[in-house]
Write a protein of this length. Structure first.
Length: 115
């Protein structure tokens, strides 16, 4: 099993349902330098905010769990908007990670993140 205890880790969506479990598991394995970007500070749908978040934290590892979701009703009312925002967020996070040569990028999806 990989050892990430000395890594600077960003967990997008780390305050959400799945993210809470992932963050707890990382802490249980001894990871101490974990950053959870909050939408109030870093709206990751905006490219400039993704750049700023990477500049501010300088991660070695990114675990992307964040998504714009709202449940079945909201997904039916805003399918294009949710799809666009989730695609933009993932694209900006992944591309900036590539450009910055971040060691590892892990992305997970959710059924409620797309229409």
């Amino acid at each position: 099993m990989a050892n990430f205890t000395d890594q600077r880790i960003v967990v997008t969506g780390g305050a959400g349902f799945l993210g809470g479990f992932v963050t707890a598991a990382l802490k249980a394995r001894g990871c101490k330098d974990i950053f959870i970007p909050r939408i109030e500070d870093y709206d990751l749908v905006e490219h400039e905010n993704v750049k700023r978040m990477y500049d501010d934290f300088r991660p070695d590892l990114v675990i992307h769990l964040a998504a714009v979701v709202g449940g079945i009703g909201a997904n039916r009312e805003h399918p294009g908007e949710f799809y666009y925002k989730n695609m933009a967020m993932g694209l900006f996070l992944l591309e900036e990670a590539r450009l910055r040569k971040i060691n590892k990028f892990v992305a997970l999806g959710t059924i409620c993140a797309y229409p």
